[in-house]
Design a binder for this molecule. Structure first.
Ligand SMILES: Nc1ncnc2c1ncn2[C@@H]1O[C@H](COP(=O)(O)OP(=O)(O)OP(=O)(O)O)[C@@H](O)[C@H]1O
Ligand SMILES: [Mg+2]
Length: 259
């Protein structure tokens, strides 16, 4: 079935194929991540979801196919250039600085982007840069509902709070397209619901586009406007949450196992 158009061009993946030696991790995937909605990418363990993310963000070079952002071909662009064009991501395994405060961790999301490839600018930040970083961090903390934790060291946080810090850090980057790889893993039901509301707010208030990889079907089905399902690297279904849940193909390949 044809995919309905979203707001803004966003991220487009066409015929993406990634091989590791003789193994095919992603096999001819087409994907659209427009702004203004949450698009889900789901499938069993090892289906190729993280590999797809890595190809989109420049950590893995596709064997075939194309990745574009707002019509710009970024298939072989370095990660920093993609970030400057508005593409941000989180990692499946969290990388937070344990001994630093929540506020410092979140500010890094903006700082790294502003410093770019210029180490001198990183060392000698102009005052206006410092102000912009502080403002972006404060806004991201507020949006993610963790402003009261700003001065707490990350080492003292619960898993749920860490997940929100990780999200706030990428939000502070000011990206217009976010790729989130299992952002809610380890959260309990009520934390996951809160997390989903933050994602919806990001899309509703800031108009960002989100590509969400997640095994928590409760979250996926409640926030995603459109879902892509892959299995062994191959696209097997796309549709709304309702259509996806009703698909016998998806039930057999994936949902039957996680439900
Ligand atoms: N760097 C690599 N070298 C070789 N094989 C890899 C590499 N990265 C991933 N793979 C393989 O590619 C396939 C897809 O892995 P990927 O991590 O993308 O799956 P996934 O859908 O993210 O799984 P999960 O739900 O467990 O996170 C797997 O068979 C994996 O073993
Ligand atoms: Mg993965």
């Amino acid at each position: 079935m044809p995919e309905p158009a979203g707001r803004g061009a966003g991220l487009a993946v066409r015929g993406l194929t990634v091989r590791f030696g003789g193994a095919v991790a992603v096999d001819g995937l087409d994907l659209d991540v427009p702004r203004g909605r949450i698009t889900g990418l789901i499938g069993p363990n090892g289906a190729g979801k993280t590999t797809t993310f890595n190809a989109c963000t420049g950590l893995t070079r596709p064997s075939e196919g194309m990745v574009s952002l707002d019509g710009h071909d970024i298939t072989v662009a370095p990660p920093q250039q993609r970030a400057r064009l508005g593409l941000g991501r989180t990692f499946q395994r969290m990388k937070l600085f344990e001994s630093s405060s929540v506020g410092t961790n979140v500010a890094l999301g903006r700082e790294a982007l502003m410093a770019g490839g210029n180490p001198w600018r990183h060392l000698r930040q102009p005052r206006r840069d410092r102000r912009a970083i502080a403002a972006a961090a404060a806004e991201a903390l507020a949006l993610c509902g963790i402003s009261p934790l700003a001065d707490v060291p990350v080492a003292d946080l619960s898993t749920g709070q860490r997940r929100l810090v990780e999200l706030a850090r990428v939000v502070a980057g000011g990206f217009s397209l976010l790729l989130l790889d299992e952002p809610s893993s380890g959260l309990d039901v009520s934390e996951t619901d809160d997390f989903g509301r933050v994602l919806e707010q990001l899309v509703g208030e800031r108009g960002v586009g989100i590509l969400l990889v997640e095994h928590d079907m409760r979250l996926v089905m409640s926030v995603c406007a459109w879902l892509h399902v892959i299995d062994f690297g191959r696209p097997i279904f796309q549709g709304t949450a309702e259509e996806t849940q009703g698909s016998a193909t998806v039930q057999a390949a994936y949902l039957g196992a996680v439900a």
